[in-house]
Design a binder for this molecule. Structure first.
Ligand SMILES: C[C@](O)(CO)[C@H](O)COP(=O)(O)OP(=O)(O)OC[C@H]1O[C@@H](n2ccc(N)nc2=O)[C@H](O)[C@@H]1O
Ligand SMILES: Nc1ncnc2c1ncn2[C@@H]1O[C@H](COP(=O)(O)OP(=O)(O)OP(=O)(O)O)[C@@H](O)[C@H]1O
Length: 292
């Protein structure tokens, strides 16, 4: 085998709580993460030499060692002392710097793909332990499906995901830095924004999308929504167009809405895409990578 192609899926956070700030600056979180069926295509092709090369149609992501997919490949090579080269082709569809883990998901695809292409035989847990070295969202992207994430996001408990739930996502044309959002978070100001995680976990696992959608909360909204009122506007529009609930994903600025059925989601998508260019209609994706 000389080549492998993978789907690199985006995630949304169905809840996001921050418990405390650690001495190293990172935050301990408690969040419910769920993949959606919006994906980049990542193709890995072995090279004759030992270089790592990135090819992408997307004009505004790095094409050198600054690309997180590059970091995924060099991490595997350095850790295992491998002297091989790889061409990494990224066909970008996931909006960038959006709160959808687009970059983390590309890195996860590279790690999963090279494990197979180079026959490394690392377990999923070993891959996840390596993945966290390049980003807190990478282990979840390696796991796939749906999970409760704790620690800095790397301590994962897989949960039963939502089957074929319709979701509309809209990204306003602003980009947000995750580090800045966490940096501006005031832990004294989040009490009313904290989710009831046990209630939400139960709702997700039983497919009770009404309870889920009506109780979703993300403490990072206290920062990003405050900085960008357009997020409040999009959430309002989602509700006007019959979402059961709407929230910002991750550190934002992407907003998603959960819908009762395809017809309602489609109608919302048609209206919202006139207002916000980067609007997508997608389904929840519940299968873990090991199941594929
Ligand atoms: C907002 C989320 O996307 C929600 O899933 C994640 O918590 C962030 O995951 P990520 O973008 O993969 O995060 P990283 O690339 O590891 O970290 C970017 C920056 O975010 C901050 N950060 C990230 C994760 C975390 N648990 N606490 C933090 O304070 C740190 O300042 C870090 O320098
Ligand atoms: N392969 C990649 N895909 C997307 N962005 C990348 C990639 N490599 C590096 N980047 C850079 O990483 C930054 C964050 O992009 P990304 O799309 O991963 O953010 P995000 O969706 O907010 O991620 P998260 O939800 O994990 O915080 C951007 O500034 C982008 O230029």
């Amino acid at each position: 085998m000389n080549k492998i192609q993978l789907k690199s899926r985006a995630k949304i956070n169905l809840s996001l709580d921050v418990l405390r700030k650690r001495p190293d600056g990172y935050h301990e979180v408690e969040m419910i993460m769920h993949q959606i069926d919006l994906f980049d295509r990542v193709t890995l092709i072995n090279r004759e030499d030992n270089e790592i090369k990135i090819y992408t149609s997307c004009g505004y992501i790095p094409k050198d060692s600054g690309n997180i997919a590059f970091k995924g490949a060099s991490l595997l090579r350095d850790t295992l002392g491998i002297n091989k080269g790889i061409d990494i082709h990224i066909e970008k569809r996931i909006p960038v710097a959006a709160g959808l883990a687009g970059g983390s998901s590309n890195a996860a695809a590279v790690i999963l793909g090279l494990n197979r292409l180079w026959n490394l035989k690392l377990s999923q847990n070993e891959l996840m332990e390596l993945g966290v070295k390049i980003g807190a969202d990478v282990p979840f992207c390696i796991l796939g499906g749906a999970a409760l994430a704790e620690g800095i996001g790397q301590r994962l408990t897989p949960i039963i995901g939502l089957k074929n739930v319709w979701v509309v996502i809209s990204k306003p044309s602003i980009s947000v830095s995750t580090a800045e959002v966490y940096g501006q978070l005031n832990l004294l100001n989040i009490e009313s924004k904290r989710p009831n995680t046990p209630l939400l976990l139960k709702a997700v696992e039983s497919g009770d999308i009404a309870t889920l959608a009506q109780n979703m909360k993300n403490v990072l909204e206290t920062v990003t929504e405050e900085n960008y009122p357009i997020i409040t506007e999009i959430k309002k529009k989602m509700m006007e167009y019959n979402a059961i609930g709407s929230m910002m994903s991750g550190s934002g600025p992407t907003v998603f809405g959960i819908f009762k059925n395809y017809q309602r989601a489609k109608s919302a998508y048609e209206h919202l895409s006139l207002l916000y260019k980067q609007t997508y209609i997608v389904q929840s994706f519940y299968r873990r990578n090991e199941d594929e």
